[in-house]
Design a binder for this molecule. Structure first.
Ligand code: ZN
Length: 275
């Protein structure tokens, strides 16, 4: 199933429209998209029986499907070729930082260009469905509610200021577009191997597969939950493949007026205009 955030309310995306979760469940679930994670398994059972759309899907009104996670994990250097283009060795444990939650934004929101070093980073984003504490890698997918598309928009100047401060450099307001919806795992033939990419004004700048992740989603859930509990509704930005602007010769950065499109196979596509 596909779960979206439309006009401030959780909806199921169906063939031919959407079904409002709170209306369809007589108020048991929703309308806050985060409330679905309070009782995720019961919600999925309920939602599987909803087949009749109650409204239309206006994609431009979609917000971040997971708008207020308590914890946001983001992983650096998690594709071999990206580590190479960054001139860095592959880390032995996931290189982890946060995008502060207030930086997250919707799949069609504008990106405010501040300065001349704003960069793109397409990423697969995993959303936690059940509290995960010391989870084994073999069991880890069962703690994941679903997958969505993310952009880890990065201010490279701020990121490498003061030595290095990845979390702040990747947390300017609106610098975490997510969407267009959450897709549950049953929709994927193989959730460990999805094509992902992004384009600037129609020119593809990143093009890879999640099977090239150094630490895939199950390993990340295992590694992170060995350190602290992952909570329902938490999100993990899993890292970006090669092709970022800062590693190009000469370096490139997003400019006002440019259109950034971001996609992952089996999930969908976001479109963010730079202002
Ligand atoms: Zn990133």
């Amino acid at each position: 199933m596909k779960i979206a955030h439309l006009d401030g309310r959780a909806v199921l995306v169906l063939d031919g429209g959407v079904a409002d979760v709170a209306t369809a469940s007589d108020g048991r679930f929703g309308p806050d998209p985060m409330s679905l994670y309070d009782d995720w398994d019961a919600f999925v059972t309920f939602a599987a029986g909803v087949t009749a759309p109650t409204g239309e899907l206006d994609e431009t009104k979609l917000g971040n499907p997971v708008p207020h996670p308590r914890q946001v994990f983001a992983i650096g250097l998690n594709y071999g070729k990206h580590a190479e283009e960054s001139g860095m060795k592959l880390p032995e444990v996931p290189a982890t930082f946060t995008k502060f939650p207030a930086s997250l934004s919707g799949p069609f929101d504008d990106i405010e260009i501040v300065g001349s070093s704003i960069d793109w980073e397409v990423e697969l984003v995993a959303v936690i469905g059940r509290r995960a504490d010391r989870v084994a890698e073999a069991d880890a997918w069962s703690y994941v509610a679903g997958l969505t598309v993310g952009q880890d928009i990065s201010d490279r100047k701020l990121q490498f200021a003061a030595g290095a401060q990845f979390s702040l450099g990747k947390s300017r307001r609106g610098y975490g577009p997510m969407g267009p919806w959450l897709v549950t795992l049953d929709e994927f033939a193989n959730p460990d191997d999805l094509a992902l990419g992004c384009s600037v004004d129609g020119e593809t700048v990143q093009d890879a597969r999640t099977s090239d992740l150094v630490f895939g989603v199950p390993r990340l859930v295992a590694e992170l939950s060995a350190v602290l509990p992952l909570l329902p509704g938490d999100v993990i930005f899993t890292g970006t493949p090669d092709g970022v602007g800062v590693a190009r010769k000469p370096p490139r950065a997003l400019q006002p007026g440019q259109v950034l499109e971001t996609w992952i196979e089996g999930i969908g596509r976001m479109r963010n205009v730079c202002r």
